[in-house]
Design a protein. Structure first.
Length: 487
């Protein structure tokens, strides 16, 4: 509420050169001298009293321009320190005032509610709103225990309670568990496969029997006479990891039923996209259909990387491989990638999920849920390959994160037929910058190939819309099929 006329006139006659105990260190005094303010600007030169009602449009910050002396502190701290630049000087001369850049409400000016403007204001023109307390829920599936909300909350409203401590202790205990994949293996620098394996193995404390199909993971971790596996491990042929493990799981159930074994053993198979999408699909489908209690994890790097970068059913459209070359007749792979996750969902499995190694908490949680499920389960995990993708090995995790935020590789789970998106990007990123960081898509950026970028983006958009529809986020998929065909 603005000041009454009598109070405003009294305020206007009060000199800013105060003689309070802060004399010599008073920001208000220093700014008054610096800006040559000799009377409060509530009274115009014409004698008319300026009455301004405090603005409460922002849920946390109140603006009382009766107190503003246009020192510009909020302008500079918001622009140069916080970044959003929610304040600016408007008008000239005696009409100059501090406001949002276009006079819109503060809430619409990209304010991040950091509170720095309130802390820097020397006159109380900006203060925190007194609000009715509300309860807020933390989505545990997205929280990564980074502590940022506690550190940056200007009102210290978010406290580091025992909930944080328990979650942090739980996470640290995962990191301290015995590593069932030892170091010293020969995976390439920046390879996503060993990261995926270690995070999946964090999902259980029980003994694990691992079967791995021939591929990058197998040839790099079990070079005779050495092995990186500290537990039970079976090397299978390229095509039968799921079949082999299903036989072992059946034998275990039989021995346990006879009372010869008492341990609670988990059964876990790993395979690349070549041994899962293509060569091993038949044995995988059979094992899943028979209902064996096992988890199959596909580390999807998008090609047969171990044997020299041949295309697979997981290779994205337009990508270069040695068997989908780029030339006058062809421009990379001309077919869309196989949706293996959907194929596994169609088997009626109790739990199927997609994950990425850039989000360890999400991947560990999904692995733990899958291993605890009574029945066959499947995880499809993105696995960046610097050599096959022709990318920087130091950027593998960043590429995985960007793949999720472009919705090329969405994170979701399907439990008993119910879809749930476990990570919803705040802002869906365009696909083009992600493709540009990978040499396998370099030909898309040559003159005349713009249609490939457009069609690939349209395909990703269509797949994302379909997932949103299945998860109940939208009613219908808005993109028709003929807009996203590659050829």
């Amino acid at each position: 509420r603005g000041l009454k006329k009598k109070a405003a006139q009294a305020e206007a006659t009060r000199c800013l050169q105060c003689t309070c105990p802060s004399l010599g260190e008073c920001d208000l005094q220093r700014l008054g001298v610096e800006y040559e303010i000799t009377s409060n600007e509530l009274v115009r030169p014409s004698g008319r009293v300026r009455s301004i009602t405090p603005r409460y449009e922002h849920p946390f910050i109140r603006r009382d321009m009766n107190r503003c002396i246009s020192c510009g502190r909020c302008v500079r701290v918001c622009r140069d320190v916080a970044g959003p630049a929610c304040y600016d000087f408007r008008g000239r001369g005696f009409l100059m005032e501090v406001d949002t850049p276009y006079g819109e409400s503060l809430q619409l000016a990209k304010c991040i509610t950091c509170g720095r403007c309130v802390s820097s204001c020397p006159t109380g023109a900006l203060t925190f709103n007194e609000r009715e307390l509300r309860s807020y829920r933390v989505d545990e599936s997205r929280c990564i225990m980074c502590h940022t909300c506690v550190d940056v909350c200007p009102a210290e409203a978010v406290l580091d309670t025992r909930v944080f401590e328990e979650a942090r202790e739980q996470w640290h205990s995962l990191l301290e568990t015995s590593n069932q994949l030892a170091g010293g293996h020969r995976m390439c620098a920046g390879c996503g496969a060993p990261i995926v394996v270690r995070q999946v193995l964090m999902g259980t404390q029980d003994p694990v029997v691992v079967a791995a199909a021939t591929g990058c993971l197998e040839v790099s971790t079990t070079i005779y006479p050495y092995t990186s596996w500290t537990g039970s491990y079976i090397h299978t042929a390229f095509e039968n990891a799921a079949a082999t493990l299903s036989g072992v799981e059946t034998a275990f159930r039989s021995l346990k039923k006879q009372g010869k074994l008492e341990d609670n053993v988990k059964f876990l198979a790993f395979g690349g996209d070549g041994g899962t999408y293509d060569i091993g699909l038949q044995s995988l489908s059979g094992a899943m259909e028979r209902g064996h209690k096992m988890l199959y994890v596909c580390y999807d790097n998008g090609a047969y990387m171990n044997t020299g970068f041949q295309r697979s059913g997981a290779t994205p459209p337009g990508a270069w491989t040695t068997t989908s070359p780029v030339g006058k007749a062809h421009a990379g792979k001309e077919q869309l990638r196989k949706d293996l996750t959907a194929i596994m969902i169609a088997h009626g499995l109790p739990y199927v999920a997609q994950a990425s190694p850039h989000d360890p908490r999400d991947l560990v949680r999904k692995a733990a849920k899958a291993l605890a499920t009574d029945g066959p389960t499947f995880l499809n995990v993105l696995s960046p390959c610097p050599r096959g993708w022709r990318s920087d090995g130091a950027q593998s995790i960043a590429l995985a994160r960007e793949a999720v935020n472009t919705c090329y590789w969405p994170l979701f789970e399907v439990e008993d037929g119910q879809y749930r998106i476990t990570y919803m990007p705040k802002e869906k990123l365009p696909l083009k910058p992600w493709l540009k960081k990978q040499g396998r898509f370099a030909h898309m950026f040559k003159p005349g190939n713009e249609w490939m970028l457009e069609n690939t983006q349209a395909w990703v958009d269509h797949q994302w819309q379909l997932l949103l529809q299945k998860a109940g986020e939208v009613d219908v998929c808005e993109l028709p099929r003929d807009q996203w065909l590659l050829r």
